[in-house]
Structures are given as C-alpha cells and as structure tokens.
Design a protein around this ligand. Structure first.
Ligand code: HEM
Length: 364
C-alpha cells in the first residue's frame, strides 16, 4: 500500500487509510485538521467510555485534561516505581524457572502492567481478571461498524464498576490517581462524571494491552534473533535500544483514528471534511523512506524515530512507564531464564484486532 496506494479510500467502510511515515505523522499530530473527537456518544454504547477521555479530545480541552495527570507519569515519577515493578516481576517469574515451561503472556506480560496501573489508581488487585476480559473485548472490536453485544456488555459492566469505585473514593479519598482526579479542578470546575469515567477506562485499557504486547512482542523478537539475545545477556545496557526496535518492528498499536474537520490534501488525494482517517502506525514504522532495511530487526539503528507511541499532543502519556516495565521484565527474563526459547509445538496465534498487535499466548 505504501507504494501503490499510500492514501487509500475504502468504499466499504467509508474511511481513508494512510500508510507512509510522513503522512501518518501529520495525521496524528495536525489536530486542527485531523480531530481526535470521534463522536462516540452513539446509542449503542460503543466508545461511550472513551468519548470524553483525553485520547478523544482536541486542544484546548485536551491540554487541560492532560495537565491533571502528567505529574504521575513523568520519567522521574515513574522511576520511583522501579523497585515495586522489579519486586512484582520477581514474584511473577518465581514459579516459572522451577517448572521449566510457561505461557509468558498469562504469567508475566499481562499481570505486570495491570497490577502496576491498578496500584496507581487504587484498584483492588483481585479485580484484574475482570479488566482482562473487558479490555480484550474492547480492543478486539475492529471498528467494522456496529458494536457487538459483547462489546456493549463489556462497556456497560466496566462503566458500572468505575461508577461504584468513583463513589467509594469520593467518600473515602486516598493517595491514588482516582482520588487526585476527583479533587482536581479546571477553571474552578470539577471533572464531569463522563470525564472521570473516560480517564479510568483509558488508563486501564491503554496501559494494559499495549504494554503486555510490547513485552510479548519483545520476547518473540529475541527468540527469533538468538544472536541479539546473546548480546543482551552480555550487555544488558543495550536493552533500551532493543525495546525501541521492538516498538518499531512489531508495534503494539498498529493504527489510530482521526476525523477530518476540513477538506485537506493528503498525498495525491483530497480527503473531504468529516471523513474518518486511519493512520497506520505499523506501516509508517516499516516505511523504507524513513528506515533503512525496515523489514530487519536491528537493534543497532542509530536513530529510531518510530511512531509507536504516536506523535504530537497525544503522544503516549504512559511511554516512560511502558519502557520501564518492559526493561525490568526483559532484564529479569534474561537473567533468570537464560535458555529461554519458544515451545515450537504450541503454535502462535495473533490477537484478533486491527488496532493492537500481539500474541494471544506465548508458550516458552
Ligand atoms: C496515547 C501507544 C502504554 C496511556 C497513546 C498513543 C499511542 C499509544 C500510539 C497515541 C494515541 C493518539 O495519537 O490518538 C502505547 C503503546 C504502549 C502504551 C505502544 C505500550 C507499549 C501506555 C501506558 C499508559 C498509556 C502504560 C498508562 C498507564 C496513554 C494515554 C494516552 C496514550 C492516557 C492518551 C494521551 C493523550 O491523548 O494525550 N499510547 N501506549 N499508554 N497512552 Fe499509550
């Protein structure tokens, strides 16, 4: 598509698709033309939870909402979580070394980010299985149009859950993010209930599936590249650049949506106002105009300006946290399970989603 139809109109869905790096970067960042407000307040319940969230808001409201949570996610604030993340990783890996086999998604890559974000938000750890089910359903929708019954049910259950939690925190505030948001004001106004719900849902869904897939995709890349795995065993300092290459090569978020607010020229096409546009991050990260030998997994790329965390005002709020969790998880895996290899007999199955990219299970 990058060669033959870099800006493509899909008649069936009525949406435009953008594949080249420069166009994807522009679509993600030029909010005056490409709005993040997708109008998710439809009667079906689809997207309602996210409609008033940061990710679906344009400046200036976006800037105000984002400023309420940036402090909790700065690299410095996140670094303070490192000992807890390392402790959790150790606990989760505890049984695996002795047993000799495991599904790394189920036993490490999924629980680690969920527990970390749940603790930040003050959510009881025992509820994490329910989030897994809800967010699986939510991200499995491929935006093909109408929402499935499962999708509507998951949205409703998650909404009920958060409403009860918000009520509880209102009467008994703690030191968690939800309590901070409940106390926050913008121009003397408290956040609305839909805005509070949007924050809760976004942090849980955005932060979980994505980081799970980053860790899973990293293990897959390393087992496919044993030379790189050996180098990392000798030089763990190469892990950060390895993680950046995993983000480029197997991007956990493959696509993001925008809606044009005005007619605009994109590549050789003219996209009308009010048109849904899909920015294909996964394709941009393999664009030969930006990366040399893009189909090769190469941790020695000098500059790696991938778009895996987006670009511009919506650049991923959780990027420092995701990078830290991935680094700690991989460090622990390499040092505690040095002979790590895929269970070849098991077969690998990808998640059913056009938005997130990762494996359903990772038997090792
Ligand atoms: C935004 C990817 C982890 C919270 C984004 C965006 C991308 C992304 C592509 C931009 C969306 C857009 O332009 O519309 C990822 C990936 C992750 C990850 C690949 C892991 C590898 C996290 C984590 C958290 C998080 C751990 C929080 C705990 C958010 C939030 C936004 C966001 C709140 C919205 C920011 C805004 O609209 O200003 N993420 N994310 N993400 N991410 Fe992440």
């Amino acid at each position: 598509m990058r060669e033959t139809a870099p800006v493509y109109y899909d008649e069936q869905s009525g949406s435009w698709h953008v594949f080249r790096y420069d166009d994807v970067q522009r679509t993600l960042s030029e909010y005056a033309t490409f709005s993040s407000h997708m109008g998710g307040d439809d009667a079906s319940g689809t997207g309602q939870l996210f409609a008033s969230s940061l990710i679906a808001t344009d400046p200036p409201r976006h800037r105000q909402l984002r400023s309420l949570v940036t402090q909790a996610f700065t690299p410095k604030a996140v670094d303070a979580l490192a000992p807890r993340i390392a402790g959790l990783t150790d606990e989760l890996l505890g049984g695996i070394a002795a047993r000799g086999s495991a599904d790394l998604i189920k036993e490490l890559a999924y629980p680690l980010p969920v527990i970390v974000i749940s603790e930040l938000m003050g959510i009881p750890a025992q509820d994490r299985e329910r989030f897994k089910q809800w967010s699986d359903v939510i991200v499995s929708q491929t935006r093909s149009g109408s929402a499935s019954e499962n999708h509507i049910a998951a949205n409703m259950e998650m909404t009920q859950y958060f409403l009860a939690l918000i009520d509880e925190r209102r009467s008994r505030p703690g030191h968690d993010l939800i309590s901070t948001l409940l106390g926050a004001e913008i121009d003397g106004q408290k956040l609305t209930v839909p805005e509070l719900l949007g924050f809760c849902a976004l942090l849980l869904v955005a932060g979980n599936e994505t980081t799970t897939n980053l860790i899973g995709n990293a293990v897959l890349c390393l087992t496919e590249n044993p030379g790189t795995m050996d180098r990392l065993l000798r030089e763990p300092a190469l892990l950060p650049q390895t993680i950046e290459e995993v983000l480029r090569f197997r991007s956990p978020v493959q696509s993001m949506y925008r809606m044009t607010v005005a007619e605009t020229a994109l590549g050789d096409e003219v996209v009308p106002a009010g048109a849904p546009v899909v920015a294909w991050i996964g394709s941009a990260n393999r664009d030969e105009r930006q990366f040399q030998r893009p189909a090769e997994f190469d941790i020695d790329r000098g500059q790696n300006r991938h778009l895996a965390f987006g670009h511009g005002v919506h650049f991923c709020l959780g990027a420092p946290l995701a990078r830290l969790e991935a680094r700690i998880a991989l460090e622990a895996l390499l040092s505690r399970l040095p002979g790590l290899s895929l269970d070849q007999g098991a077969g690998l199955e990808r998640m059913e989603s056009t938005i997130v990219y990762g494996l359903k299970a990772l038997p090792v």
